[in-house]
Design a protein around this ligand. Sequence first.
Ligand SMILES: NC(=O)c1ccc[n+]([C@@H]2O[C@H](COP(=O)([O-])OP(=O)(O)OC[C@H]3O[C@@H](n4cnc5c(N)ncnc54)[C@H](O)[C@@H]3O)[C@@H](O)[C@H]2O)c1
Length: 270
Amino acid sequence: MNNSIISRIGLLGLGAIGKRVYEALSTRYLPNARFAAIDPHGHASDFVRTHQIQLCSDTEDLARWKPDLVIECAGHDAVATSVPVLLKNGISVVIASIGALAEQPLRQHLEAAAETGAAKLILVSGAIGGLDALRSARTAGLDSVVYVGRKPPRAWLGSPAEERFDLEAIKEATTIFRGTAAEASVKFPKNANVTAAVALSGLGFDATQVELIADPAVDRNVHEVEAAGPFGSINVRLANNPLPDNPRTSWLAALSIEEAVSKQLLNVIF
Ligand SMILES: NC(=O)c1ccc[n+]([C@@H]2O[C@H](COP(=O)([O-])OP(=O)(O)OC[C@H]3O[C@@H](n4cnc5c(N)ncnc54)[C@H](O)[C@@H]3O)[C@@H](O)[C@H]2O)c1
């Protein structure tokens, strides 16, 4: 794929990430491209009206519009329902909601759909980093991969941690979950995207260890990846600022989509 053959972009999800990615692509990377989107809940109707975006009624309608590439930033349901349809129709899809791949049957379904349509399923690194090193290192074997997620205690409200801890009263860093990536993705779905990105880049969902920490000393979402093997060791730490439009979403997640799309436009890929 090169710049000249990406002229039609489909968007699944025009929330905080989708709007930002649209702005970046339409002004910076693909100023001559045309855009289409589906907006099943009508959340983005004002945005669609005020921008040059074709509104499609559903996924099949979007597929008939024949996008060169579709970008999913809508949520796990969209990965399960819309993305297989697009792949089977030969349309490559960049997905942000990578946590959906924690379910092995869905993963297999998507792989089969991509094969049927000779299309690509492109996963983004999202809010996490260092995955290139992890993927390189696993070729020589990995002894351990640990993902540590650290958030201010209040940020864990609404998670199962609330049942076991008085989150408002926590005064020092407290581990609220320790287990496998498979368990974490079920119990802490809001962390599922980063957990899945680490698991898929390294040792898989059952062998990747996850530790989640309520830490009053941090004011941002902090992600750490520690890995060891014959290659040596990796220790990566990210402290993410949120997107102005959605305090739950890391700005870096939107930037990683822009990077993934811009990579498709290059002749030299790094
Ligand atoms: N990989 C990562 O690290 C990472 C980080 C943050 C978010 N994400 C993923 O990106 C998604 C979007 O994040 P956001 O902050 O923009 O969320 P958001 O809530 O601001 O926006 C999501 C938008 O998608 C729309 N939508 C929901 N289901 C849809 C569907 N089936 N088809 C089309 N549109 C649909 C909603 O109406 C909403 O407008 C999240 O749900 C999450 O799964 C991934």
